[in-house]
Design a protein around this ligand. Structure first.
Ligand code: ADP
Ligand code: MG
Length: 269
């Protein structure tokens, strides 16, 4: 039985899920010399949601995500994972904590095959002497795991995991990058403009993948300029403007036109 603490839910806005955020930012500040990238940003990511971040160029979207994922260190403010303060000094720290990121610039190795890309940085060694001393990788095992992960993510566009990534289309490469982030029990997946360079069909596949992730219980942060995509996929929308969060809205509470107006400063939430 759970008891209700009558102070804990007082004043909670209706749109905010009643749960501890998986990932939180409080008052993040990040400057680059005299340029203010982030000017005191709060962000909440709740369990099982897709949170979109929108904003004009230079609004601080990428910097925000970089601070959350260890690629930048904020000057001020704090980041909490499952309610506990974390201090990521490099992307590997965030990754070790379960935060997987697909950056705007795709991080796949074109000459390696799909399976090797999925296991990049966490190669599985062969058992015993071959693995510990000779550092031989368990290629067959990784290929089998790669096939299983792709199947579980419903990715049908990548049939053969032994194909070098350089032979794939843009959308398929993006699928590899997202699959890599989504595989291996990650806690949060962050995507910076995942459909920017893709055609309609390929974008649809990436959005479908985001949905699959959410349905598997993995919350997703997705930066996008594409309003129809944002309104199709997001549960909530963080509107970033001039280094701050101008509003947090939902596809139900606001129209695309209203969202753009908040983004550009033509209107307030
Ligand atoms: N490494 C950097 N060095 C200097 N300025 C930066 C750096 N990264 C971001 N900025 C600046 O910080 C601001 C926010 O940038 P960014 O987070 O990339 O915005 P967005 O992703 O919303 O377009 C911009 O004015 C940008 O020029
Ligand atoms: Mg950016």
């Amino acid at each position: 039985m759970t008891t209700i603490d009558d102070t804990s839910t007082a004043g909670t806005p209706a749109v905010v899920p009643d749960a501890t955020p998986v990932l939180q930012a409080r008052g993040l500040v990040k400057t680059f010399g005299r340029v203010v990238g982030l000017d005191g940003v709060d962000l909440d990511l709740y369990p099982g949601e897709v949170l979109a971040i929108i904003g004009d160029n230079g609004a601080g979207k990428s910097t925000l995500v970089k601070c959350l994922t260890g690629a930048e260190t904020p000057d001020q403010g704090e980041i909490l994972l499952d309610g506990n303060k974390v201090h990521f000094k490099r992307p590997q720290d965030a990754r070790a904590a379960g935060i997987e990121t697909v950056y705007q610039t795709l991080a796949v190795s074109p000459s390696l095959d799909i399976a090797s890309n999925l296991f990049l940085g966490r190669e599985v060694r062969r058992p015993g002497f071959l693995g510990t001393v000779l550092r031989l990788t368990d290629r067959a095992g990784m290929r089998e795991s790669a096939r299983r992960e792709l199947r579980e993510l419903g990715i049908s566009t990548l049939q053969d995991v032994t194909v070098p990534v350089e032979n794939l289309s843009g959308g398929q490469r993006q699928a590899v990058a997202v699959a890599r982030a989504a595989a291996f029990g990650s806690k949060v997946v962050v995507l910076d403009e995942p459909t920017a360079a893709l055609g309609v069909r390929e974008s649809g596949q990436v959005l479908e993948l985001v949905r699959t992730l959410r349905d598997k219980g993995v919350p997703v942060i997705i930066i996008s300029h594409n309003m129809p995509h944002v309104f199709e996929i997001a549960d909530r929308i963080h509107v970033q403007r001039l280094g701050r969060c101008a509003a947090t809205i939902t596809p139900q509470s606001h129209t695309m036109t209203e969202a753009v107006a908040i983004m550009t400063g033509a209107a307030q939430a």
